[in-house]
Design a protein around this ligand. Structure first.
Ligand SMILES: [Zn+2]
Length: 450
């Protein structure tokens, strides 16, 4: 089944992604019916990959995998994992002419990877994002401010744009750099929804407040938070996210995605974890040995994005750590939910016998009025354990830098049982360090020197 075989589809059909629309209500079907459809879609995907992907053909033959052993979706655990740095041109399944967009991954570690998209992949992204926005309660009456880059080969921006268009909402392509301009666009267009990283949405609000305006009085009522988690493990909002809801008088929804995953897991109106998308992705959570863990247990998120034709992946290890919420959601959808991303697997810190993530240290302090900003640094001790240092700047910038206030450690101990070393720095020092990489879409609050 080569993409060329889809040439009988006309452009409108491709962009509308009509073959997916039949799955739009799958989320409300019973668990058994969902599994039947997912099984069918997985086998189609697997079949496409083994017939078209040079990488997977070689990989499976090199390990002596008997393809006939993969009879149902439950056999997925027999397949090896794919890691981010495995990805190369051998993953591409289509001819050059079938490629309509070249996306690049953000390249958080090293060289960016090219992800070629076919028109079917673009239609799949549009369907994916349309349903994700609908899950969060966005409708065709909304005007959406997209605070994500649509240029520079980023996949996310174009996915939001296509999804919003498919939903028939009005799209305002604000980009991710300029909080002053974004605030003006909000007023100019009467935007009702902002899609962006929480720290950027916060900066836009701060800009408004500094200029004598109140973001809570704008028309914005929904914030779709991308790129950074907004909840802790108990699904409660982290302080900065709670502040955002108050600042904007809006509800905040988490959405998790990446270029490789090519699927969005968005929260519904219950705001309790992102609904997984069985028609678009097989999601597994695995432990350190690569074994699937029970629902509810924490491990690495592994995904198999279904129906991708340009550069399909099977069992992609995301490096993100989370868990599946098995309890039924009160919204009535029967799909499982993915919990908040607790951190990156390779950023996990072993500190005083406890496992902690750098993000959780920062997120505990954000929202505390005495805390301004900060970052975490980790170095390796001689005995193999991690030395963790929190560099914190305070709201009162004039506090003596030699004297570390007790409340920081007390607050951290109360939440994560341990407290790292604390060094007080100036606000300027903190900001320069966190935002030093202008080209990155996100700030950096962890520096790994292990
Ligand atoms: Zn729900």
């Amino acid at each position: 089944m080569n993409i060329k075989n889809n040439s009988h589809l006309n452009d409108t059909q491709l962009i509308n992604g009509f073959w997916y629309n039949e799955y739009a209500n799958l989320q409300y079907s019973d668990v058994k019916a969902i599994k039947v459809i997912q099984n069918k879609l997985f086998l189609e995907h697997f079949n496409y990959v083994i017939n078209n992907s040079p990488f997977y053909k070689n990989l499976y033959s090199s390990i002596g995998l008997d393809i006939d052993e993969i009879k149902t979706i439950d056999d997925i655990i027999k397949l090896p994992f794919t890691k981010k740095n495995d990805i190369n041109n051998d993953f591409i399944c289509v001819d050059q002419e079938a490629i309509v967009d070249l996306s690049l991954t953000s390249g958080t570690s090293g060289v960016p990877t090219i992800i070629p998209l076919t028109s079917k992949d673009l239609a799949r992204l549009a369907f994916n994002e349309e349903i994700a926005f609908k899950i969060a309660g966005v409708t065709s009456s909304d005007t959406m401010l997209i605070c994500a880059a649509i240029d520079k080969c980023f996949m996310a921006g174009i996915a939001y744009f296509l999804g919003g268009v498919k939903l028939n909402a009005r799209m305002v392509r604000a980009g991710s750099n300029d909080s002053a301009q974004s605030w003006e666009m909000i007023n100019f267009t009467d935007a009702t929804v902002i899609v962006g990283v929480p720290s950027l949405i916060y900066r836009i609000g701060q800009y408004a407040l500094k200029n004598g305006n109140d973001p809570a009085k704008s028309k914005v009522r929904k914030l779709i938070a991308i790129g950074e988690p907004i909840r802790n493990k108990d699904l409660n909002l982290i302080p900065v996210a709670a502040q955002l809801e108050k600042m904007w008088n809006a509800k905040i929804f988490s959405t998790y995605a990446s270029s490789e995953i090519a699927t969005t897991f968005c929260e519904c109106e219950q705001q309790q974890g992102g609904h997984v998308r069985p028609e678009l992705n097989v999601v597994e959570i695995v432990d350190g040995n690569g074994n699937n863990v029970e629902d509810g247990n924490v491990g690495e998120v592994v995904t198999t994005p279904l129906g991708v034709t340009g550069m399909p992946l099977i069992r992609f290890k995301t490096g993100d750590v989370s868990f599946i919420i098995k309890e039924k959601c009160e919204c009535g959808r029967k799909t499982k939910r993915l919990g908040p991303i607790l951190g990156r697997k390779n950023q996990m810190l072993k500190y005083k016998g406890t496992t902690i993530f750098p993000e959780s240290i920062i997120s505990i302090l954000e929202g505390e009025p005495r805390f301004h900003s900060g970052y975490v640094e980790a170095v390796k001790n001689n005995d193999g354990t991690d030395r963790v240092i929190l560099y914190a700047s305070l709201s009162d910038n004039d506090v003596n830098e030699d004297k570390e206030p007790d409340w920081i450690r007390e607050k951290l101990r109360a939440k994560i049982r341990v407290a790292p070393e604390v060094k007080i720095i100036s606000q300027n020092h903190a900001n320069n360090k966190i935002y030093q990489f202008d080209k990155k879409r996100k700030r950096q609050t962890f520096f790994d020197k292990r």
